[in-house]
Design a binder for this molecule. Structure first.
Ligand code: ARG
Length: 261
């Protein structure tokens, strides 16, 4: 089991900081045929209107109509940055109908990010995108149950990025259970990361899904973001769940950072 410590193409775009990330990526393998996001299915047009595809090869979600919440390992630092294009409004990245593309103006990488935990970042857009935003969890109460993940990342370990958004459902895994998988998982930052997936594998996020949201419904039936795709040992392997930034932990920091953009 190898997991390279790089975020692939994202590393190049993302620079040094990304190198420290624990994303895994494989190149090994022969694995059974895949389905989307690895074990997923296609999302319907408009189903998750807050989803964003970022040009460096990551996902994200509209935190506000002009700020995208993504992963720290998807960006190279903080400051003025007009190099990123955010695409939203479509499940098919090649469809021009309903597609909105806006450039970035600034990036804010989580303060103190060093490759372990704190894997969140904000991207300010040149113009607001007129689509629904995804609210973030501000307490731990929704850090349980079944979660939805979605993105345009690989549908199998080592596979290609996807044209159509894929989605899947993955269950919460406790910190204790997750750490007990050993290896990279021993280093789980319990207060900053949440694991999700099946012990048997088969369903997971994968390279290129990074930065995208993990979400569920709140008690009022509205979607609420509880995680940000961060890393895993390979993709969809048995006893190697996906690891997501624990959004509730960073909710205040995200809000104050957003207010400075
Ligand atoms: N770090 C990866 C990326 O840059 C995402 C890895 C998610 N892996 C997983 N097994 N859930 O796209």
């Amino acid at each position: 089991m190898k997991k390279l410590i790089t975020a692939l193409k994202r590393a190049a775009a993302a620079g040094a900081a990304a190198l420290a990330i624990i994303s895994l990526q494989p190149l090994s393998s022969a694995q059974a045929a895949p389905a989307p996001v690895v074990g997923g299915t296609r999302a319907a047009q408009g189903e998750f209107p807050f989803m964003v595809r970022l040009s460096m090869g990551c996902g994200g979600a509209l935190y506000t109509q002009q700020i995208v919440l993504t992963a720290a390992h998807c960006v190279s630092g903080s400051g003025a940055n007009t190099s990123i294009t955010a695409t939203a409004g479509v499940v098919d990245l090649q469809s021009t109908s309903g597609r909105v593309q806006v450039r970035s103006t600034r990036v804010l990488q989580a303060p103190g990010y060093n490759g372990t935990g704190k894997d969140w970042a904000l991207i300010k857009l040149a113009q607001p995108i007129n689509l629904p935003t995804l609210k973030i969890a501000t307490t731990t109460q929704y850090n349980t149950g079944d979660f939805t993940v979605a993105g345009w990342g690989s549908a199998r370990e080592g596979g290609a990025q996807q044209r159509y958004m894929l989605k899947a459902t993955v269950p919460f895994i406790s910190d204790a259970t997750c750490k007990a998988y050993g290896g990279y998982y021993s280093g789980l930052v319990a207060g900053e990361e949440i694991c999700a997936g099946f012990a048997s594998g088969g369903v997971d996020t994968c390279q290129g899904d990074s930065g995208g949201p993990m979400f569920r419904k709140d008690n009022a039936g509205a979607y609420i973001q509880v995680g940000i795709v961060s890393w895993g040992d390979g993709c969809a392997r048995a006893n190697a769940p996906g690891v997501y930034s624990e959004v509730s932990t960073f909710a205040s920091a995200i809000a104050s950072a957003a207010s400075t953009l």
